[in-house]
Design a protein. Structure first.
Length: 278
């Protein structure tokens, strides 16, 4: 295997023996000067083919330790659930963990009241979530609240359902375009469809729409105060979220819960932060 380009010390762009490009994860593989031939393949923990340039860009924004623990969690999930997850799952989980670390440092703790349901309806996924908290504590030296096990479990539940059910790509794209137009109009900006911020938002929205379409919305009853705080401290994001929900309620003939609206506002806040940083 030839290591072509360093992303960070543990992640690199490589080519295999057939000349196919891939992303490889392994301790220290990005440390030597590139390019070079990697002869000891035991150093490789995971490889990913067909990785988009946007995902590669995302990897530069996430701690290498977070990427490694995310890959470790996904490996566990693949073994326990006997499911081969797509490449996106490792990176979207790493993004989730990275964002959770930010929230915890700011003392923004979410209490998932549906934890009881997840434990009983999806016991394997919940056990993976609990084990993930151990990995995070051991590898990142950060203690996540137990409620985060539910969030990680939901990550795999969503990933399995998205991969196992036929979601209309055209419908998702139409909804994505509708939501992006609302954001652009509200903030008088133009969002680059090739940017990392856009592609991360697209992944979040796909899971969001899957919950809407399958009538499995989040009902944590945690968001009344959080939405009130958003309205008081970041009214433009609050107003934008309300407009998006109004349009989606009409499109899908549903009533999006306050909890889903709050998470949607968080996604909007993150894409706005991403646009400013790009």
């Amino acid at each position: 295997m030839r290591v072509e380009k360093k992303i960070n010390n543990n992640v690199a762009v490589c080519t295999d023996g057939n000349g196919q490009e891939l992303i490889a994860l392994g301790r220290g593989i990005g440390f030597p000067q590139t390019p070079y031939e990697l002869t000891d393949l035991s150093k490789i923990d995971m490889t990913f083919y067909r990785v988009s340039s946007q995902t590669v860009q995302m990897l530069t924004t996430i701690s290498e330790d977070v990427i490694m623990v995310s890959s470790k969690i996904v490996q566990l999930a693949q073994t326990k659930l006997q499911n081969q997850f797509s490449t996106n799952v490792v990176f979207s989980l790493a993004d989730h963990i990275s964002f959770a670390i930010e929230r915890i440092k700011k003392n923004e703790i979410f209490d998932f009241s549906l934890s009881y349901d997840i434990q009983h309806l999806y016991p394997q996924e919940y056990d993976i979530g609990l084990k993930a908290l151990q990995y995070i504590k051991e590898d990142l030296k950060i203690t996540f609240p137990k409620a985060e096990a539910t969030a990680i479990a939901m990550h795999f539940i969503n990933a399995r359902e998205v991969s196992s059910q036929n979601i209309s790509a055209s419908n998702t794209d139409n909804t994505l375009n509708l939501v992006i137009r609302i954001i652009e109009d509200q903030f008088n900006i133009k969002i680059d469809r090739n940017s990392f911020a856009f592609n991360r938002f697209k992944i979040h929205l796909q899971y969001f729409l899957k919950r809407i379409e399958s009538n499995k919305q989040i009902h944590d009853e945690i968001s009344v105060k959080l939405i009130q705080d958003m309205m008081e401290n970041n009214y433009p994001i609050f107003k934008c979220g309300q407009e998006i929900v109004a349009q989606l309620n009409k499109k899908y003939r549903t009533e999006i819960t306050d909890d889903e609206m709050f998470y949607l506002m968080i996604y909007v806040q993150r894409i706005m932060r991403g646009v400013k940083n790009e």
